[in-house]
Design a protein around this ligand. Structure first.
Ligand code: NDP
Length: 494
């Protein structure tokens, strides 16, 4: 692919990796190489971390007012929006997501993330309290300032499923609070993250404040353990999350982890079943199930189960599967051949164990090229199947049934994950009761993934640590600091 930047971005310049190492970035819809991307080694990560430290310790960024930073970040957001089509196409090619979703949702959300946190940072003001004290025999008054300086250098490690949206979701608060950072995109889909470097320069973000190090194999670990890094925001799988946290323990870095999920869709008989079927289908098949909040377990009230499954099958048959670059496409390929094989292994194993395949379970005949896997519906599953207990991160919905509310809640909670849950019911008291007892970080009632950016986003149990959004992100990216000023009565000499 010509005219696309593929190098590392360090201290405001695009540079080759020190050993000129490169990796192939494969386009999921064509199975061919989209770009050869510079692969950061531990030395390159070190260069980026040194640049970020320099910007944090001696550069203008942390010393500017939040308003001045917000003006620059506003231009950064404008730059993202100005390139909406270009970035959306690039994301669609790199990730395999439908272009309409990339342009209309992900790119505009990326700009919104930046603008939103630039605004929040301006309200994230110092607090002052006053108190009395006695010191060395004098009565004193204290003015206690709680300041909110930036933490310093942040490392942001993101996965491949929504690089623009997840990158800016972390960059927004990190930069708005006055930190500098090193962004590590996934080797599977690094291109839109790399493009942010040029947009940052055009906006006037000072060199070294944003550094971008795509890499394969050693960049992530080198970054997580780098002594210049003060805080890490990691989004990815639970196994890697544990390794990141272990690296943080060494030097007591602060860490926030946004990990995987196995989120239940609880469908009660009193729900509007037609709308619910559309909602459930969206929750699992959007982005081909490659979403941390995918509603991958359907837990449906027995007396409406067969009607509901018929409605769901209709929703599946309506999905427009095809080339992600075609405007009408709703469902594209998975990220890689290895991932498609992994998804298929869960399904094959479940079917061998007695599960009933109601839809999908294989690659489509057309498109013949691309890592496609049909939207899959698996009934009659055993809760012990890996397909029910482990995160697949693909388009597979398993079906369980319940007869009463208590049983529904027990099934919903029977997982080590705790990211999201979806409750579909027309009864408000039931919605509140069930939401209270479900052990997840987020519960959506009669909806899927609607976001007010001020609210906490994150998971319980093995789905993560910490929350992001509004003040939750600002708390993470700032280091509250007390400045206590004592003053007393005027002293009269003699
Ligand atoms: P991985 O867990 O495989 O993370 C891969 C990334 O981590 C790469 O960039 C890799 O870089 C880096 N890495 C590997 N080892 C380390 C280490 N020891 N220290 C620091 N970084 C390291 O996740 P995927 O990218 O495959 O993403 C899929 C997962 O992400 C799913 O489980 C999904 O649920 C989760 N996710 C969670 C979201 C949420 O908000 N909760 C949102 C989206 C996805 P390198 O190879 O250079 O080391």
């Amino acid at each position: 692919m010509k005219d696309v930047e593929t190098r590392l971005f360090i201290a405001g310049r695009y540079v080759e990796a020190a050993k000129s190492a490169r990796f192939a970035d494969i386009e999921p819809a064509t199975e061919s190489e989209l770009a050869e991307v510079s692969s950061a080694s531990a030395d390159d990560v070190n260069r980026a971390a040194v640049a970020a430290r320099e910007a944090a310790d001696h550069g203008p960024w942390p010393r500017m007012s939040a308003e001045a930073r917000a003006n620059i970040l506003g231009r950064f957001a404008d730059g993202i929006e100005k390139r909406a089509r270009e970035l959306g196409m690039l994301e669609a090619r790199d990730v395999g997501k439908p272009v309409a979703e990339c342009v209309n949702h992900d790119v505009s959300r990326a700009a919104r993330n930046i603008r939103f946190f630039a605004a929040v940072a301006q309200t994230w003001t110092h607090e002052a309290t006053q108190s009395d004290a006695k010191f060395l025999g004098r009565d004193l008054k204290l003015v206690n300032l709680t300041e909110r300086p930036p933490v310093g250098v942040g490392a942001i490690i993101i996965p491949w499923n929504s690089p623009l949206m997840l990158g800016t979701w972390n960059l927004g608060p990190c930069l708005a609070a006055g930190n500098s950072c090193v962004l590590k995109p996934s080797e599977m889909a690094p291109l839109t993250s790399i493009a942010l470097g040029e947009i940052a320069n055009e906006a006037g973000i000072p060199p070294g404040v944003l550094n971008i190090v795509p890499g394969l194999g050693e960049a992530g670990a080198a970054l997580a353990s780098h002594p210049n890094v003060d805080a890490i925001a990691f989004t990815g799988g639970a196994a890697t999350g544990r390794r990141v946290m272990a690296a943080c323990a060494e030097s007591l870095k602060r860490v926030t982890l946004e990990l995987g999920g196995k989120s239940p869709n609880l469908v009660f008989a009193d729900a509007n079943l037609k709308q619910t079927a559309a909602g459930v289908a969206r929750s699992i098949y959007r982005s081909q199930g490659q979403s941390c909040v995918a509603g991958s377990r359907l837990i449906v009230e027995s007396r409406v189960a067969s009607d509901f499954l018929e409605l769901l099958k209709k929703e599946i048959s309506r999905l427009k599967i095809g080339d992600p670059l075609q405007e009408g496409t709703e469902y594209g390929p998975l990220i890689s051949a290895a991932h498609r094989d992994r998804v298929d292994s869960f399904v094959t194993e479940a079917v061998a164990g007695g599960a009933k395949l109601l839809a999908g379970g294989k690659a489509p005949i057309t498109p013949a090229t691309g890592f496609y896997y049909l939207p899959t519906l698996l009934d009659e599953v055993d809760p012990n199947f890996r397909a029910v207990s482990e995160e697949i991160f693909g388009p597979v919905l398993t079906v369980e049934r319940f007869d009463d509310e208590g049983q529904a809640i027990t099934s919903a909670n029977a997982t080590r994950y705790g990211l999201a849950a979806y409750v579909w019911t027309s009864k408000v008291d039931r919605a509140l009761r069930v939401a209270e007892r479900i052990k997840t970080g987020m519960v959506w009632v009669n909806s899927f993934f609607l976001r007010d950016l001020r609210t906490p986003f994150g998971g319980a149990k093995m789905s993560g640590l910490g929350r992001q959004g509004g003040r939750f992100s600002m708390e993470f990216w700032t280091e509250p600091k007390l400045v206590c000023i004592a003053y007393g009565e005027e002293e009269h000499d003699g």
